[in-house]
Write a protein that binds this ligand. Structure first.
Ligand code: UD1
Length: 432
């Protein structure tokens, strides 16, 4: 199992290009199921979760290829197996995004239940309730969701009990081909939801209200293919900006509109960071160090739960004490134990962490437990004195494209190692 080895204490400086967003690319790829015409995607990040979604589509019979320009092309004309098997779903919960599209296109779907997840229970009851309201008959047996619909899904008025991102996306996709109008209340407003709505519109769907909490979809007979573009990964860009700040440097994230990062940047300013923005770039530095600020995660436009761990890493070396509340997932503090191994002063109390900033973290062997927790350990390692070895980095590969290369370009001393070659590679550690 690969590890990442970091020699900390070097300020990171320079520019880093933002990749396409994983959380936007996944629903966009699932949307290919809604049409029997080819769909071509620009800016699909090269990540493990994307490979899983592509494998899922190919497993259903889709023809998937990559053209000379690096664009992914998906043609589901010959798809004939509306199933998402356990082997794939267990590695990525977002596989459930195929449920709505399969049901809308084929009138039936068999999708494995996602099962446990490192950051909490993460059920899919809201997805299923919504599809039932649209006329699907659903049975959950032997670990699988079996859904069928006689004739066609019909429009429905659906009010989510809780804001759910992939739940909103799943039902929005299903509703594009349903008979009549669907209204989704208490819908997720995340930019990735808007990217999906815009993409579906370009394929001929009739959707409005996306970006707000009430989305209206009028079903159409069929959707066309087309060319779709994935938005910038705001979580990735924020992680690199945090890498600059935590290491005492100055990083510019390019190819990203600053408004995608509004709440995060506001908290950085509160923490004393200097934030500059241009048309498609964001630059951050903290010449006078970081001050402690409190954050509470909440659905967009609130502070993203996917940045909570990275923000906590910064707070570990900020001046003063900060309170970090996690309101989206009940178990998203797995990084706390590992950060403590690096000297961080953090007290946990239910969904609240109190972080007392210290002068410097110290490098240590730590273990990645989930995707964003891993990112926080990389950040801590960059700031820490000495060597940090992060094991189980396959979690990072789910969501960060070429992370060692991108951090290396910024001046980090970082290298991937495999168990048998650890000693060998340590000798020729790249420091660029
Ligand atoms: C998406 C993102 C993930 C992010 C999360 C919250 C993707 C691929 N993943 O995950 O990176 O951390 O949004 O911003 O876009 N819930 C239920 N029942 C359901 C569905 C959800 O109770 O049927 C609960 C969840 O347990 C959680 C909350 O709702 O407490 C929000 O989860 P949700 O927005 O659905 O997360 P995902 O869409 O899985």
């Amino acid at each position: 199992m690969d590890s990442i080895l970091i020699q900390g204490g070097r300020p990171l400086n320079g520019s880093v290009e933002t990749s396409g967003a994983k959380n936007a690319a996944l629903p966009l790829l699932a949307a290919a199921i809604l049409t029997d015409k080819p769909v071509v995607y620009q800016r699909v990040p090269h990540l493990r979760d994307i490979t899983t979604m592509i494998t899922l589509l190919a497993n259903q019979g889709a023809d998937v290829s990559i053209d000379d320009l690096g664009r992914v092309r998906v043609d589901t004309a010959s798809s004939n197996n509306p199933e998402a098997p356990y082997e794939l779903v267990k590695t990525m919960r977002a596989s459930a995004l195929v449920l709505g599209p399969l049901l809308a296109r084929f009138g039936r779907a068999r999708v494995s239940l996602p099962g446990g997840c490192a950051i909490g229970a993460r059920p899919m009851d809201l997805h299923l309730k919504g599809l039932e309201a649209m006329g699907a008959e659903i049975t959950v047996e032997h670990g699988y969701v079996d859904a069928v619909v006689k004739n066609r899904l019909h429009g429905a008025h659906i009010a989510f009990d809780k804001v759910t991102v992939t739940g909103t996306e799943n039902l929005m996709m299903a509703a594009t081909l349903a008979d009549g109008e669907t209204v989704l209340e208490n819908a997720a407003c995340e930019p990735e939801v808007v990217n999906l709505a815009e993409s579906l519109r370009s394929m001929g769907a009739d959707i409005d209200g996306d970006g707000g909490s009430s989305i209206r979809i009028r079903g159409v007979e069929s959707l066309a293919g087309g060319e779709l573009s994935v938005i910038a990964d705001r979580i990735e860009a924020a992680t690199y900006l945090a890498a600059g700040l935590i290491s005492g440097g100055e990083v510019t994230a390019t190819n990203i509109e600053a408004d995608l990062l509004d709440t995060f940047l506001a908290r950085l300013r509160d923490a004393g960071a200097v934030v500059e923005t241009g048309e498609d770039w964001v630059r951050c530095s903290a010449p006078n160090g970081l001050k402690a600020v409190n954050i509470e995660t909440s659905p967009h436009p609130g502070f993203p739960t996917d940045l909570q761990a990275q923000f906590m890493a910064m707070m570990c070396i900020a001046e003063g004490s900060s309170v970090i509340r996690e309101t989206i997932f009940e178990n998203r503090f797995m990084h706390v134990q590992e950060l403590r191994r690096m000297g961080a002063q953090i007290v946990l109390n239910g969904n609240m962490a109190v972080v007392e900033g210290i002068k410097q973290l110290s490098g240590a062997p730590v273990m990645a437990t989930d995707l964003r927790a891993s990112a926080s350990l990389v950040l801590a390692g960059l700031a820490a004195s000495g060597e940090t070895i992060i094991s189980r980095v396959y979690h990072i590969d789910r969501g960060y494209e070429r992370i060692e290369e991108k951090l290396g370009q910024l001046g980090a001393s970082i290298q991937r190692t495999t168990p048998n070659t650890d000693m060998f590679r340590r000798a020729d550690l790249v420091t660029n």
